[in-house]
Design a binder for this molecule. Structure first.
Ligand code: ADP
Ligand code: MG
Length: 383
């Protein structure tokens, strides 16, 4: 395999943006139903030039359908798509000037790597000299120069996907759409290509819309993530915001694997929200608007909990399991009070592991505690 990470100077074109709004792409109230089933429901978003945006959601949440409508391979029932200030909703895919990379590499099997990458330039009538220059630069950037004469079947999956990426990049489209492009690759290769994609995106200032169901992949790559559920965007925010201020229990669970601690709202001020947990203790959360006196669930991620002396924290319990995962240790604590309460999950640095059966207190920075009204759990999404 050729050396990765070779850096070359490419003529970087500024990402075309809508001069009125400064947005590379706007999606407005997109909707698509299939035989009465709503696949995409009023999806709206504004994406800035140079942004890396990911649609994250489990299978069937409407990610691909949204991307296909942006690409032009699927007609929306209603809504509009604006690229660089131009309404493209009714334009054919090839007239939208977008680049695509899909999970299946879809390379032309009878063409060499070079010919595959040159193809979009030929379509656009680029001169032979222009083709030579651009294909050469793009292959070099992706570490594929040595493989230029091979055909797709003579390449590994990772190499084929890199060729597909080059083919999308070679004519510098204003926006590149990628649907689970690394889904067919093994973990190590996926990690490597994630780094590659991010490097190329940053180097060229590309605007990317990426689809994945893998939280970690979304977090590594994205400037902003749209968390999708049932054809809708639950929250569209930076990874940090999604972690620290999830707006729905679904986001708290899907991204942070949060503990949900049941209780009742005790007090709300401008500085804090107090929750009386069913286990008896009092938990302080960041200030949030929740209906007074209501049943609530406080969400806190395993990595945001710390141990403290028994009876000093919001909960006291006994250590039930301790599992080492590399430099981390996963710990479960069974609260001593409250008969049928669930265990609380913690993630601690390996050096801080408690002993099995030890009596411990649990504490959390209020900034890391979110409070949600308690609603009847949605059976399909586990709450
Ligand atoms: P994702 O990419 O997030 O897995 P999709 O956008 O592929 O989700 O699908 C969203 C919903 O629309 C699913 O319920 C799926 O079954 C349905 N769907 C997608 N494409 C079609 C189609 N061509 N015909 C009928 N239903 C479809
Ligand atoms: Mg999909």
């Amino acid at each position: 395999m050729p050396e990765l990470g070779t850096k070359v100077d490419l003529p970087v074109m500024p990402p075309p943006t809508d001069t009125c709004t400064g947005k590379a792409l706007s999606v407005r109230a997109l909707r698509k139903t299939y035989a009465g089933v709503t696949a995409v429901d009023e999806v709206s978003m504004e994406i800035a030039g140079g942004e890396f945006v990911t649609f994250l959601g489990s299978s069937g949440s409407g990610k691909t359908t949204t991307l296909m409508m942006i690409a032009g391979f699927c007609d929306p029932d209603s809504g509009s798509i604006v690229v660089g200030g131009r309404d493209v909703t009714r334009l054919a895919p090839q007239k939208r000037g977008l680049g695509f990379v899909f999970q299946q590499y879809l390379l032309f099997p009878h063409m060499t790597v070079w010919e595959n990458v040159a193809f979009p330039l030929q379509l656009r009538g680029a001169s032979k000299a222009e083709q030579r220059r651009r294909v050469g630069e793009t292959l070099e950037m992706a570490g594929l120069s040595a493989l230029a004469r091979r055909r797709p079947r003579e390449l590994s999956g990772g190499q084929q996907q890199r060729v597909a990426l080059c083919r999308a990049l070679v004519y510098r489209p204003p926006v590149i759409l990628m649907d689970e492009p690394l889904g067919a690759l093994d973990k190590k290769l996926r990690d490597q290509l994630q780094t590659e994609i991010k490097r190329i995106q940053q180097e060229l200032g590309l605007t990317v819309i990426y689809v994945t169901h893998d939280q970690e992949e979304a977090l590594v790559l994205s400037d902003r993530i749209a968390v999708m559920r049932d054809g809708r965007i639950d929250q569209f925010d930076t990874p940090q915001e999604l972690f620290e201020r999830p707006r729905t229990p679904f986001v708290a669970d899907f991204l942070g694997a949060a503990n949900f601690l049941p209780g009742r709202l005790e007090e709300q001020t401008a500085e804090r929200t107090l929750v009386r947990l069913d286990t008896g203790g009092l938990l302080t959360a960041r200030p949030q608007a929740v209906a007074d006196g209501a049943r609530v669930r406080a969400a806190v991620q395993p990595g945001r909990l710390v141990l403290c002396p028994p009876d000093d924290g919001f909960c006291t319990g006994t250590v039930e399991t301790v599992t080492y995962v590399g430099t981390l240790v996963r710990v479960t604590v069974r609260p001593v009070s409250g008969a049928d309460t669930e265990v609380v999950r913690l993630e601690l640095p390996a050096g801080r592991a408690p002993a099995l059966g030890e009596r411990v207190g649990l504490a959390a920075d209020p900034a890391n505690v979110s409070v949600f009204p308690d609603v009847v759990p949605d059976p399909e999404h586990g709450g």
